[in-house]
Design a protein around this ligand. Structure first.
Ligand code: NAP
Length: 295
């Protein structure tokens, strides 16, 4: 049986990180210091610690300065906002990222809105959300950017493609839909209240899945030859209690139907971190009135 092409996110991410390292080296000469990313972790959620660690390592590997801010789990919203404002005014910092989710006592909206939109490398600030939907240059969320870059390895031109996005979160589903629309796809969004989600997914030339449900998408939800991008990261235990990570797509089954597919791990995840470096370098250039670097 013909098997789908596996889109190698690790390889593409390594190229992007190399590219970022070259741009960072040029910038260091131009601005007299390394472009910097500040990551803020509140509390010690193990998954968040892993993500923050990976981001800091990626910065170091590409010659960016990493400012790793750790705050106590019981910090007040006001104190967290004050920390964000301090980073907004720190000239060594080009990008500010507050790791989500936040502890229950903190409303993420005011915290996100406190980040200077010019340093908002997650692209979650309402000003950047509005820019994305209005087609005005801004900072675009990293995971959706990653999805489009992975798609572009298979589809030079997305014009007129039938794209279905499964999931409508603010951090993945909605911004991915905005990017696909901007690329002239015909976009449909599917969510937990959609009727016959599988039938809608089967129409898709491009299927992006971000539901947070392990192996939700089976072969019967995929059109033969479709390109499937799996955003899901779901920790599961196997029969012997070993922990591993699986996607939202049943990779083994869908590989026999799709034309191209991203694996989990090794697909969207590594590209997301590479896009964070890209956003930090974009922010560093734009803050100083320099032209956007070429990636
Ligand atoms: P989220 O906020 O929980 O949103 C999940 C979305 O999926 C919701 O819109 C929900 O619909 C929809 N959904 C859930 N079950 C469904 C079902 N059975 N049928 C149809 N729609 C369904 O999740 P998220 O933050 O977008 O993240 C999604 C996944 O991506 C997670 O596994 C997360 O860990 C992963 N992720 C990966 C990266 C990366 O770098 N690779 C980055 C971010 C997130 P309703 O709106 O109706 O509830």
């Amino acid at each position: 049986m013909r098997q789908a092409t596996v889109i190698d996110g690790r390889l593409l991410a390594a190229r992007l990180r190399q590219n970022a390292a070259e741009i960072a080296a040029c910038l260091r000469e131009q601005i007299g210091g390394a472009p910097g990313l500040a990551t803020v972790l509140v509390g010690d959620d193990p998954a968040s610690r892993v993500y923050i660690g990976a981001k800091a390592r990626a910065c170091a590997g590409s010659g960016l300065a990493a400012f790793d801010i750790r705050l106590p789990v019981d910090i007040s919203e006001a104190d967290l906002v004050a920390e964000v404002e301090r980073l907004n005014h720190d000239d060594r910092v080009d990008g500010v990222l507050v790791q989500l989710p936040l502890p229950r006592q903190i409303d993420p909206l005011p915290v996100t809105a406190a980040i200077d939109p010019a340093k908002d490398v997650d692209g979650f600030h309402p000003a950047n959300v509005g820019r994305l939907w209005s087609g005005i240059p801004g900072l675009v969320p990293c995971t959706p950017q990653a999805c489009l870059l992975l798609l572009r390895t298979v589809h030079e031109d997305l014009t007129g493609a039938e794209a279905v996005v499964l999931g409508r979160s603010n951090i993945v589903g909605k911004p991915v839909a905005a990017l696909l629309l901007a690329a002239d796809c015909t976009v449909t969004m599917v969510h937990s209240k959609s009727r016959d989600a599988a039938a809608i997914c089967r129409r898709a030339d491009i299927l992006i899945v971000a539901a947070g449900r392990p192996h939700l998408v089976k072969a019967d939800s995929v059109k033969p030859g479709a390109t499937v991008i799996d955003v899901g990261i779901n920790p599961v235990a196997d029969g012997e209690g070993r922990r591993r990570v699986v996607g939202d797509v049943d990779f083994a089954a869908v590989q026999g139907v799709a034309g191209a597919i991203t694996p989990v791990p090794g697909g969207v995840g590594p590209m997301t971190i590479a896009c964070l470096l890209r956003n930090t370098l974009l922010a560093a250039c734009r803050r100083r009135g320099l032209p956007d670097p070429l990636f």
